[in-house]
Design a protein around this ligand. Structure first.
Ligand SMILES: CC(C)(COP(=O)(O)OP(=O)(O)OC[C@H]1O[C@@H](n2cnc3c(N)ncnc32)[C@H](O)[C@@H]1OP(=O)(O)O)[C@@H](O)C(=O)NCCC(=O)NCCS
Length: 160
């Protein structure tokens, strides 16, 4: 079942159609525990992600099952692309739902819904295989060293 969620007029987009299980990260969700087992990401809480999402053009979505937050997707809408600012699966739960794939499919679907022709992201070294082999992303700029996340590789995918 698909449903529409309201998005504030200042955000300049939406309402989005979200698949079952997805919603905007709400204040009520922010008390939940969330761990990615990646130190650079786990420095930030769900409340930090919620606060981030209050900025213009920014959205934080969660994928929930049985009331628990299993995945987080931070998106930023730019004129000519959607930036996946962060995706993360909650590793406090046993993986059984291909959460990362669901999150990326939503990012691509929102690019389609908002008429953006491209999805971009910066991949940490350990996730390059996930984006390239599983989801068809390609490098468009050279890998660089980030103080927080280590090697980051800019990647993109054209949305048709
Ligand atoms: C990267 C991440 C989002 C992937 O999510 P996930 O729910 O584990 O991925 P899925 O279950 O949807 O995996 C889909 C496929 O990709 C593979 N895959 C998952 N993570 C992978 C990785 N890091 N490298 C290569 N392949 C990977 C899976 O084995 C699966 O393969 P299959 O189709 O052959 O079965 C998750 O591991 C995560 O949250 N990591 C920590 C945070 C992080 O690094 N985020 C990315 C920042 S750029």
């Amino acid at each position: 079942m698909k449903r529409k969620i309201p998005v504030g007029p200042l955000k300049g987009a939406g309402p989005f159609v979200l698949p079952e299980g997805f919603s905007l990260l709400g204040l009520d969700d922010t008390h939940q525990e969330f761990s990615t087992e990646t130190r650079a990401i786990d420095r930030y809480s769900l409340r930090d992600h919620y606060d981030w999402s209050l900025g213009p053009g920014r959205y934080a979505f969660v994928y929930k099952s049985g009331g628990s937050v299993l995945g987080l997707l931070r998106l930023e809408l730019f004129n000519d692309h959607v930036l996946v600012d962060l995706i993360a699966r909650n590793k406090l739960f046993v993986e059984s739902e291909r959460v990362g794939t669901k999150l990326m499919r939503l990012a691509e679907d929102i690019a389609r819904q908002t008429g953006r022709p491209e999805v971009r992201l910066e991949s940490v070294e350990t996730a390059v295989g996930f984006y390239d082999d599983k989801l068809g992303y390609e490098e468009y700029e050279q890998t660089y060293e980030d103080d927080e996340y280590g090697e980051l590789t800019p990647k993109r995918k054209k949305i048709v």
